[in-house]
Design a protein around this ligand. Structure first.
Ligand code: SF4
Length: 78
């Protein structure tokens, strides 16, 4: 059984810190990809801003293991 995030949340990314390692895309390929931005740097790309409960465990793993702590899961106020 995977871990679920309760309530509403949004995913925030710090593109300045992202170094394009792709750990996130490995953990949660449904949610994250790595693509070159217009300056030619590899950066994380958010594929799914509101992933369903079945993907929460992958999302939490991606946030936890991102080497630069780029991914923040922010709880939205009800
Ligand atoms: S969000 Fe983190 S793991 Fe994903 S590409 Fe950026 S630095 Fe790497």
């Amino acid at each position: 059984m995977g871990q679920e995030i309760e309530g509403k949340f949004r995913i925030e990314l710090d593109f300045d810190l992202c170094q394009g390692h792709g750990v996130c895309a490995g953990d949660a390929p449904e949610i994250f990809a790595v693509a070159e931005n217009r300056l030619g740097y590899a950066k994380v790309k958010l594929l799914d801003p509101q992933p369903g409960p079945e993907l929460h465990a992958n999302l939490l793993a991606a946030a936890k293991y991102c080497p630069n702590k780029v991914i923040r899961i922010v709880k939205a106020e009800e």
